[in-house]
Design a protein around this ligand. Structure first.
Ligand code: FAD
Ligand code: FMN
Length: 750
């Protein structure tokens, strides 16, 4: 095989040597436009795990890397004059130049032809090669040449950063956060060889511009940063190496291969430097490519196998990098957090490091976090902390007005579509009762409708007659008598999504028979084939408000502890809030304040009859996941208005407004919205959506992203989710008396 590799960076050189190693008869040529000495940047970071993975492919390379690396274990965070240190993070740093030199040496030793100072202007000139490896970096000309095949997407991030070096030998991976008259500056610094460190400075665009850095050359940049960080640099100088201010491009490609051409490394994908993994990804790509070419005789099959193996881990890392870069874009939001929480939030920003794995790496740091969190919870809940070690964050109490929750786990509302005439029955008793016994601090009843016409489906529960209140009371009393959980009612009106089938018979599909007239702010059907709702008149609004008030009174009779108004998921009140579904031209349509007018009228009316000592929450959709709809910034304003009207906590969900929404799913995918609202509005939040591990719950709480975590499907899977968490985390959660024998039982699952 004759292979041409365009680009002599880490991806290109490592791929070249591994291809040659596959079969010494292969002819492998590398074309690099620069001289070996002329590379940008300073040092790169690897973790122990990466090195082990690379060692399997070429131990000679990793041995040479290890010899040239500087190793450390600590992360230091400097914020407002305080320093936090966390241990157990096995990292190594290596100079980019040293890495390229050792890769080039290994290439030559194996017989790879490297042509430095040879720029490939058009990959078509390499058509005679059997394989073309495009490892030509983030500005790849190969990717651009065949754009229509690779279908690249480049997301240019708003922050500005510059990659500098310094002679200061940092003993740890060091983060500085420093405010000056222009704004907040972040530094990511680490030593990569004795006496040399990388020093990346990053800021928001407005801070960077205010400091005049948009007009700065390398010398001015150095002068400015040396002055700003004079205390931190302790007399050491900064140095530049093609150090220009840049915006980070996150690059993704719909395809990584076209004929016999394959994209590798930054040409295919980038990951923000704050997860320190671009070089690791590039080298892992090379390993996977060489393996696929060994396993498949035909190049197209090999390239297909390569892409299918590499895409999932790369995309997973890109998601982590996205979460991490957003944290650095939003750091201004977090600078006022207590120092220890700021440090914890920083360490867990990418979601890869959690309360769980951080506890393994650095138990001391996590127990300080837990202790601080438990003290805060004791203060907030007015429940003195029990003596002894602090519990995991999820097992701390939380107070809302007169309601005291024993822990921070809640069962999210889940429609059961199992009622007749709105009446909850034995199914609901067992369903909610089992989950209350399962240990969660708060159990939400499903969306329960304020009138028969307000139901989503004929199977939905309601609370519009005294009989409904009585049936609910039976469930509430069971929960109160047989568990330590509290129970919340979620009141809703289905709006234009009403009169539809049971979810398993056709989610949101209109009933074929037995439907009823439906209401909405505007006469816009959900699907083109859905029933067209009636645009509500003032009289309709008054009627529905009265239904909500009646339902609140009946919920009080039933004994519920918390009342939630459903303003999410495209149901009636949500459809007033979203401009996609609210096309009104009166004072209830138009700008957000108008669109919020009716939902707030309902909230106020309910708040007036719901007792002062009992809290109220509102579930919102923080985004419609649809152009022209509600976005995260709007939901901050929605939450601000709710707070002003006396809402105690916002339950932050997303979407389900329109059928053609484009949600971005993933682990904890809605938590960033709860985080933003909590910090920007200063109101308590509940996070929900793909939260399922104990570690994630503890991480969300301890980092201040939300005050409560709601789990829906995880609780269908395991009603005893909270008990199992307590067992695994070594926390004693009392059993109900009839299960007393469990106190001496040791579960064994394998
Ligand atoms: C500020 C900053 C800090 C970073 N920190 C880290 C870190 O700590 N750890 C980490 O792992 N990664 C880090 N990275 C990312 C890392 O540098 C890249 O992900 C990595 O270099 C990708 O390797 P590559 O081989 O794909 O591309 P590159 O290293 O960019 O190599 C591409 C090569 O192709 C050559 N080339 C381009 N076009 C042509 C052409 N037409 N003809 C011939 N040659 C061509 C270029 O000259 C270059 O040498 C950082 C990046 C930045 C910007
Ligand atoms: C079966 C089922 C029924 C649901 N019913 C409701 C509901 O009544 N009210 C509501 O606000 N959300 C409802 N949801 C959404 C959940 O409360 C939750 O927001 C969503 O499932 C995401 O959480 P999860 O990833 O933990 O499942 C329902 C979800 C499921 C799976």
């Amino acid at each position: 095989m004759k292979a041409a590799v365009i680009g002599g960076g880490p991806a290109g050189l490592f791929a070249a040597l591994l291809l040659k190693k596959n079969d010494p008869k292969h002819e492998v040529h590398v074309y690099e436009r620069n001289r070996l000495e002329e590379t940008f940047g300073f040092g790169v970071v690897f973790s122990d795990a990466t090195e082990q993975a690379l060692a399997a492919a070429d131990p000679e390379t990793t041995a040479a890397m290890a010899a040239a690396s500087h190793r450390w274990d600590l992360i230091e965070i400097h914020h407002r004059g305080k320093r936090f240190t966390s241990a157990g993070h096995a990292f190594s740093g290596l100079s980019r130049k040293a890495l390229l030199h050792l890769l080039a040496a290994r290439c030559r030793a194996l017989g790879v032809e490297i042509c430095f100072q040879r720029e490939i202007a058009d990959p078509e000139t390499l058509r005679l090669f059997d394989l073309i490896v495009a490892a030509d970096g983030s500005n790849s000309i190969v990717r651009e040449r065949y754009r229509e095949h690779f279908r690249p997407q480049t997301d240019i991030r708003p922050n500005k950063f510059v990659w500098l070096g310094t002679s200061k030998p940092f003993p740890a991976f060091t983060f500085y956060f420093k405010e000056d008259g222009h704004g907040l500056w972040r530094v990511h610094a680490y030593q990569y060889e004795p006496g040399f460190s990388t020093f990346i400075v990053e800021a928001r665009e407005e801070t960077w511009k205010a400091a005049g850095m948009d007009r700065a050359d390398e010398a001015m940049t150095i002068a400015f940063c040396e002055k700003l960080f004079a205390t931190e640099l302790e007399g050491h100088r900064l140095v530049s190496n093609r150090s220009i201010w840049r915006s980070f491009p996150t690059i993704r490609n719909a395809a990584w291969r076209h004929g016999n051409i394959v994209l590798l490394g930054d040409a295919a994908h980038t990951a923000h430097f704050s997860v320190g993994s671009g070089t690791k990804l590039a080298m892992e790509d090379a390993v996977a490519l060489a393996e696929s070419l060994r396993a498949h005789r035909e190049i197209p099959q090999a390239l297909e196998a390569y892409e299918s193996v590499r895409r999932p881990p790369v995309e997973s890392l890109q998601r982590a990098a996205q979460a991490s870069l957003q944290w650095f874009e939003d750091t201004e939001r977090y600078v006022d957090l207590p120092e220890i929480q700021f440090a914890f939030a920083l360490l867990t920003r990418s979601l890869r490091v959690t309360h769980g794995n951080l506890r393994e790496r650095d138990p001391g740091f996590v127990s300080r976090v837990d202790s601080w969190f438990a003290d805060e919870a004791a203060r907030q809940s007015q429940v003195p902390r029990a003596p002894g070690p602090a519990p995991p964050p999820m097992f701390t109490p939380f107070r809302l007005r007169g309601l005291l929750l024993e822990n921070r786990v809640a069962v999210s509302p889940m429609c059961q579509y199992s009622a007749e005439n709105g009446m909850p029955d034995d199914w609901h008793l067992v369903h909610l009762g089992a989950r209350a016994m399962g240990g969660a601090g708060l159990i939400f009843a499903e969306m329960t409708d304020v009138s028969a016409e307000a139901r989503i489906s004929p199977g939905c529960t309601g609370i519009y007659t005294p009989e409904h209140a009585k049936a609910w009371k039976r469930i509430v009393e069971f929960v109160h008598a047989q568990s330590r959980a509290k129970i919340a009612m979620q009141l809703g009106h289905a709006g234009r999504k009403g009169a539809t089938k049971l979810s398993w018979e056709g989610d949101n599909e209109p009933l074929s028979t037995g439907g009823w007239p439906i209401l909405a702010p505007s006469a816009v059907p959900y699907y083109p084939h859905s029933q067209v709702p009636k645009a509500m008149t003032r009289a309709d609004m008054d009627h529905v408000t009265a239904d909500f008030v009646r339902a609140a009174g009946l919920s009080l009779e039933a004994g519920f502890d918390l009342l939630e108004i459903h303003m999410a998921h495209g149901y009636l009140l949500a459809s007033f809030i979203s401009p996609i579904t609210n096309r009104r031209e009166d004072e209830y349509g138009g700008p957000l304040e108008n669109r919020m007018r009716y939902p707030l009228e309902v909230f106020d009316a309910v708040r007036r009859v719901w007792p002062e000592e009992k809290p109220m929450s509102v579930r919102i959709s923080a985004t419609d996941w649809f152009p022209g709809g509600i976005g995260p910034a709007d939901s901050v304003e929605v939450a601000r208005m709710l707070k002003a009207h006396g809402c105690d906590i916002v339950d932050v969900s997303a979407g389900q407004t329109v059928p053609d929404q484009k949600p971005v799913y993933g682990r904890l995918f809605q938590t960033p919205f709860a985080d933003r609202i909590r910090h920007e509005v200063g109101i308590a939040t509940m996070a929900v959506g793909n939260i399922s591990s104990y570690a994630d719950v503890n991480t969300i709480l301890a980092s201040g992203r939300a005050d409560l975590c709601l789990l829906a499907r995880a609780h269908l899977w395991d009603p005893y989710w909270t008990r199992h968490a307590a067992h695994d985390l070594g926390y004693a959660l009392p059993w109900p008396d009839p299960y007393e024998s469990m106190n001496a039982y040791k579960p064994r699952f394998t």
